[in-house]
Ligand binder design. Structure first.
Ligand SMILES: CC(C)(COP(=O)(O)OP(=O)(O)OC[C@H]1O[C@@H](n2cnc3c(N)ncnc32)[C@H](O)[C@@H]1OP(=O)(O)O)[C@@H](O)C(=O)NCCC(=O)NCCS
Length: 226
């Protein structure tokens, strides 16, 4: 099946502006080469966002009523990967608050032409605002720039997420039956989606929006602030 293409330019969106106001949502690359360091402050912000998304029922690995500590245990590894460059990511910032994140981990060795989208989420208040599209577009563009040719993402069945990812050329590659357990007799499949970047048509340069001086946004190239 030929992956569906995203129609029309995805950036700039109405949320992108060179001189953002206080409510403007700005896009930043996280980690080495970016303008938002994957430091301990970023880790705390990511736990807060991830927890909010999980509590709102988002498909981010947990059911509502998860503790911050459980979320933090997952986030810690991701923050390390972002800091070391083992993964790359983009963050959305509004009013000094992290309101969206997308993370992609390139493969290694014989799979170094591949990558996995390990997280894409936006604050529940921003759903449907085009923020998820901004993150996906940035990740795919960066992946392509880095020479990646195939991407995969694992999603929870029954959430319509195949529709969201399908906009970026992802199709179903397989399933892990009953891989997600909400409770007794409440299993769901995990769907493995994949995209061939050679066949997709997104080719939009990633534009980090400027909001210099905004507290809560740090400079990744100044080194991690532990
Ligand atoms: C999935 C998510 C990142 C999408 O971000 P978003 O900002 O809401 O998405 P956008 O506004 O860019 O939506 C783009 C399109 O995808 C559609 N879409 C977004 N989320 C969707 C979903 N869960 N199911 C089906 N379609 C969805 C939108 O309706 C929109 O289509 P339209 O332009 O025809 O109206 C966001 O909803 C989210 O954080 N969800 C919770 C976490 C999650 O499930 N992450 C995915 C883990 S694999």
């Amino acid at each position: 099946m030929v992956p569906r293409a995203v129609s029309g330019p995805v950036e700039p969106s109405p949320l992108v502006n060179d001189l953002p106001g206080p409510d403007q949502v700005t896009l930043r690359r996280v980690g080495p080469g970016g303008t938002w360091a994957s430091d301990s402050a970023f880790g705390v912000a990511l736990v807060t966002l991830w927890h909010r998304v999980a509590e709102a029922g988002g498909a981010v690995g947990f059911a509502p009523s998860v503790s911050r500590a459980e979320v933090a245990a997952v986030v810690a590894g991701l923050v390390d990967d972002l800091r070391s460059g083992r993964a790359f990511g983009f963050a959305l910032n509004r009013n000094r608050t992290l309101v969206g994140v997308g993370v992609l981990r390139p493969g290694r060795g014989l799979s170094s032409h591949t990558g996995e989208i390990v997280a894409v989420m936006v604050d529940p208040e921003l759903r449907g605002s085009g923020s998820g599209t901004r993150l996906m577009t940035a990740l795919i563009s960066q992946a392509r720039d880095g020479g990646l040719q195939k991407l995969q993402a694992a999603i929870r069945d029954g959430e319509g997420l195949d529709g969201f990812f399908g906009r970026f050329g992802f199709v179903e590659w397989g399933r892990r039956p009953g891989w997600i357990r909400f409770g007794p007799a409440q299993d769901r499949d995990e769907i493995i989606l994949g995209a061939d970047l050679g066949a997709a048509v997104i080719s939009t340069p990633v534009i980090e929006t400027s909001d210099q001086g905004t507290a809560g946004v740090n400079r990744a190239d100044s080194g991690p602030a532990q």
